[in-house]
Unconditional design. Sequence first.
Length: 307
Amino acid sequence: MVVLFLITIMVFASQRLLPGDPVRVWVGEERDPESIAYFQHKYGLDQPLPMQYLTWLGLALQGDLGKSIRTGIPVRDEILHRLPITLELSVLALLIAVVIALPAGVISAVRKDTAWDYAGNSVALFGLSVPHFWLGIMMILFFAVQLHWMPASGYISPFDDLYENLRRMIMPAFVLGTGFTAVLMRQIRSSLLEVMKADFVRTARSKGLAERPVVYKHALRNALIPAVTVLGLQAGALLGGAIITEQVFVVPGFGKYILDGFNGRDYAEVQAVVLVTAVGYLLINLLVDITYSLINPKIRIEGAEAE
């Protein structure tokens, strides 16, 4: 709760440090002072900053995140509409990353200093180096414009048409997941190489176990623990990192919403999005801790003994 409270202060204060008055941005600089004063009073922007913060925090605790200055629509309604879109995009990006990174990392570790290892590291370096906006544009030009395999942009709900939804989401999900794939692959490779030097692995080999059971049954489970940490951190980052990807592919999710809010100096929109994202980080960290005990039961047993 203390962390969440500090986050609310940072979210609120960071918005007030941005240059520009949201009311003047919305109504225009040439409007008469009476109109500007009216809207400032309507949205509580004429109150002292501590009072504005306490009012916003009190309403947020009740589930009221305010109304958008730009559209007049309750921010909570917009978030409930857009958050599932970004969550779907992030989950697809995570699935793509895990499906590619897990076998690639294991192969690179098991076949260290071979052509497989060099190829895996080269692909990882490419994924870390290529900007998302450039890769997105190149994929649109190739798969949508040249081959006509995928739609260039837009979004359709999976409840309306699952096939068309996947056709429109697969390219942005791949673009969003490329950097994460590279990070996860290198983490799995590094962790597995370290675990393969451990005493219990040497003991398993000395008992005559084949290399495959040694790697997959004994070493990989322990090597996945650091990878799960990276997975959790990156999963949270995907919520905020979808801004560029959603702009390129015109996906009406969280990222596009917060960018429009920044451009319009819409305090309610930006504060709500950052607050929800921060809460998402906290929940993901909790899930990571739970996953540790599922991957390695010894952690759960040691924690119980410590208590």
